[in-house]
Design a protein around this ligand. Structure first.
Ligand SMILES: *[C@@H]1O[C@H](CO)[C@@H](O)[C@H](O)[C@H]1NC(C)=O
Ligand SMILES: *[C@@H]1O[C@H](CO)[C@@H](O)[C@H](O)[C@H]1NC(C)=O
Ligand SMILES: *[C@@H]1O[C@H](CO)[C@@H](O)[C@H](O)[C@H]1NC(C)=O
Ligand SMILES: *[C@@H]1O[C@H](CO)[C@@H](O)[C@H](O)[C@H]1NC(C)=O
Ligand SMILES: *[C@@H]1O[C@H](CO)[C@@H](O)[C@H](O)[C@H]1NC(C)=O
Ligand SMILES: *[C@@H]1O[C@H](CO)[C@@H](O)[C@H](O)[C@H]1NC(C)=O
Ligand SMILES: *[C@@H]1O[C@H](CO)[C@@H](O)[C@H](O)[C@H]1NC(C)=O
Ligand SMILES: *[C@@H]1O[C@H](CO)[C@@H](O)[C@H](O)[C@H]1NC(C)=O
Ligand SMILES: *[C@@H]1O[C@H](CO)[C@@H](O)[C@H](O)[C@H]1NC(C)=O
Ligand SMILES: *[C@@H]1O[C@H](CO)[C@@H](O)[C@H](O)[C@H]1NC(C)=O
Ligand SMILES: *[C@@H]1O[C@H](CO)[C@@H](O)[C@H](O)[C@H]1NC(C)=O
Ligand SMILES: *[C@@H]1O[C@H](CO)[C@@H](O)[C@H](O)[C@H]1NC(C)=O
Ligand SMILES: [Cu+2]
Length: 566
């Protein structure tokens, strides 16, 4: 591209950028997506929460008003890099203080990468109560053609509230559950059961599939229709086809996948959309006890061509445990970004569940994440020359990386369940991720891995008792979480904190926005100093060192098994 053209396109993007300005009241709403009415968390009196849509280059400004009365809140923009705006990332206790009831708080960030994303609460283990929605950054020039767009969300649903589920999980009987019990309301599609999606004949649909699940992953297909994957987690990939009658496509909690389907010319029939929760993740008690026989992990919806024609049952595609899946490691980014090398810094994380004084937790290299008394980003900008010293961040599993380094992270999963790992602030290359039971990474990749241009995503599923290796370039100074996206596990300390280029953060003249400081004062939580809230960076006296019980409501007294219907 000539410099003239480059200048022209920069100018045109400046001219076309808009401000998307939203005011969201966060409130309790009653909803019954599976027929059972319960309180859920909605926005402006509505549930499901609204879709947020912006154009590439737009400035997104969302003011939230916490009207919940009895819980704090906050919103994370899942997959958005927040380049230069780490403090807008929305992770409570990390990039901001929790927003207390009665408080308002403004997020302001640039929609700098097109793709399929979502937003959700990153406070109190709260998003399974319904506080999430699709987040779409439209591309003015997508690298494929389509006529219309559809959003399809695949999630799980509980009749119990998150606070109670997390209390139950952290009770002495919780660890056997390996997370939380099978969802009581089963799977939902677009936050409902029996949904219909009306389609026109002879059209190409771009379907943005989002998995805002809180526990198991999902697999889905469109009866008789082939689907072609063109995007994963905001990364365009070389088109790859899955045949509707054989291969299933999988999606993990937190992930997104953009697929194209071509509708038939014949409008006499309708077709099922079939989805199942990943049954492998529903085995409890160290992977031994299967979900109850009568437990339906499936949900069905329909592509409707003809409203007068019947809605067919989904075909039975396979006997469970005998399905063929697409391996997401075989998607190739359209930009073919080469494998990042050489590695400047390798980090090895051994991960497992652990019982600490009767409380079920997860640990990373023998440490469970304990919240700091100051959001870690605020510690990075207020500890001066000490900001590169992991000590100052306390018990948050800090990983300090320098600007420009190529970082390799090896995650060894010693646990008997699968875990979807998500990183804020980046999309990482996924180099290798073998089948279950491969043990720990020994320095040797499998034959054929890593690929020359590895798939790049912000969330990847790690198999049980096996390993995964990812790489990224530390080109986005900020404080970013790396955590399992099963919400009960996040709340149980399955979290590390990447402190990226803290020396740069500490040296800017950045000032925390006044409403973010006000959130801290109201909660209350300190907003300067180290993890203990001390000004002397190495004085950690008073920092959190004990595991909190997350006893939000004490619905289940210690020792009592949680009342899940099995
Ligand atoms: C979905 O349809 C099935 C079969 O008709 C029915 O039994 C079930 O009650 C429906 N669920 C909801 C929530 O409408
Ligand atoms: C948000 O809540 C305020 C205060 O109750 C109310 O005045 C306003 O109309 C609400 N906004 C929306 C969009 O519901
Ligand atoms: C918060 O309020 C909701 C809605 O009234 C209620 O259902 C829930 O039990 C309350 N939660 C806590 C932890 O008090
Ligand atoms: C949002 O951020 C942009 C870019 O930094 C800034 O120009 C604008 O003033 C901010 N708007 C608000 C309402 O804070
Ligand atoms: C299908 O659409 C193409 C244009 O996309 C058109 O040429 C063709 O006639 C259409 N066929 C039918 C059966 O509608
Ligand atoms: C789906 O793909 C298979 C294999 O590529 C092909 O044989 C079949 O005709 C395709 N079906 C449709 C409906 O396009
Ligand atoms: C629909 O009809 C057009 C010709 O009009 C043909 O090119 C196309 O392959 C047909 N589509 C399907 C899905 O059969
Ligand atoms: C729609 O379905 C009805 C009932 O099966 C059928 O009578 C009608 O011909 C169909 N319409 C089209 C356009 O195929
Ligand atoms: C769920 O779908 C699978 C695959 O088609 C099937 O084997 C199983 O019987 C279904 N379960 C129920 C309860 O319908
Ligand atoms: C974690 O603890 C185990 C058992 O005490 C020990 O063998 C292992 O080396 C420790 N791991 C790390 C990374 O410190
Ligand atoms: C390393 O692990 C791989 C499987 O991940 C295995 O095939 C290989 O034999 C192991 N090498 C050594 C030296 O243990
Ligand atoms: C360390 O911090 C604690 C708590 O703020 C304070 O009481 C103590 O005096 C400090 N110690 C030193 C040596 O400054
Ligand atoms: Cu997990």
């Amino acid at each position: 591209m000539s410099s003239f053209l480059l200048l022209f396109s920069l100018l045109s993007s400046v001219v076309l950028a808009d401000v998307v300005n939203l005011h969201w009241n966060i409130t309790w709403v009653t909803a019954a997506p599976d027929g059972f009415a319960r309180p859920v968390i909605g926005i402006n009196g509505q549930w499901p929460c609204p879709e947020l849509r912006a154009k590439l280059g737009d400035q997104v400004i969302v003011t939230i008003d916490n009207q919940l009365g009895n819980q704090s809140t906050g919103l994370h923009w899942h997959g958005i890099h927040q380049t230069g705006t780490s403090y807008m990332d929305g992770a409570s206790g990390v990039s901001q203080c929790p927003v207390a009831p009665g408080q308002q708080f403004t997020y302001n960030w640039t929609a700098d990468a097109a793709g399929t994303y979502w937003y959700h609460s990153h406070d109190m283990g709260q998003y399974p109560d319904g506080l999430w929605g699709p987040l779409i950054i439209e591309d003015p020039n997508p690298p494929f053609e389509y006529d219309e767009e559809i959003i399809l969300t695949l999630s799980d649903w509980y009749h119990e509230q998150s606070a109670d589920l997390i209390s139950a999980y952290q009770s002495p009987s919780g660890e056997a559950l390996d997370g939380v019990a099978p969802p009581s309301g089963g799977a939902l599609m677009n936050s409902g059961k029996n949904i219909t999606i009306h389609v026109k004949p002879n059209k190409t649909y771009f379907i943005r599939v989002i998995c805002p699940a809180s526990y198991p992953g999902h697999a889905w297909l469109f009866q008789d229709h082939n689907q072609t994957t063109v995007e994963v987690d905001g990364t365009y990939v070389q088109p790859k086809e899955a045949n509707g009658n054989g291969l299933l496509t999988r999606i993990a909690p937190g992930q997104r996948q953009g697929v194209l389907i071509k509708t038939f010319n014949d409008t006499s029939k309708n077709y099922a959309i079939w989805d199942t929760m990943d049954v492998n993740m529903l085995f409890i008690n160290k992977g031994i006890i299967p979900p109850p026989m009568n437990y339906n992990t499936n949900v069905t919806g329909w592509l409707v061509y003809n409203e007068s024609a019947p809605l067919p049952d989904p075909p039975v595609f396979y006997s469970l445990g005998n399905a063929n899946f697409f391996d997401d490691l075989d998607y190739v980014p359209l930009d073919e970004e080469p494998l990042l090398e050489p590695v400047d810094h390798q980090i090895v994380l051994d991960t497992n569940s652990v019982n600490i004084s009767g409380i079920s937790r997860f640990e990373i290299n023998n440490y469970t994440y304990l919240p700091a008394k100051v959001p870690s980003f605020y510690s990075a900008i207020t500890t001066g020359n000490y900001s590169s010293d992991p000590e100052v961040y306390g018990h948050v599993n800090p990983i300090v990386v320098k600007k420009g380094e190529i970082i390799e992270i090896v995650i060894n999963n010693l646990n008997t369940n699968l875990h979807p790992w998500h990183m804020h602030g980046h999309q990482f290359q996924v180099l290798d991720r073998p089948d279950p039971m491969f043990g720990k990474f020994n320095g040797t990749f499998r034959t054929g891995y890593p690929h020359a241009a590895p798939v790049r995503r912000d969330t990847f599923m790690l198999q049980d008792q096996s390993w995964g290796v990812i790489r990224f370039k530390a080109d986005n100074p900020g404080v970013w979480l790396l955590h399992c996206h099963i919400e009960a596990h996040t709340s149980s300390g399955f979290v590390a904190t990447i402190i990226e280029a803290p020396e740069e953060l500490a040296q800017t003249n950045f000032r925390i926005p006044q409403d973010h400081i006000d959130a801290c004062k109201t909660y209350p939580m300190k907003y300067f100093g180290n993890a203990a809230g001390n000004i002397a960076p190495t004085n950690l006296t008073g920092a959190n060192v004990d595991v909190p019980s997350y006893d939000y409501g004490a619905m289940y007294p210690p020792g009592t098994p949680p009342p899940f219907k099995r």
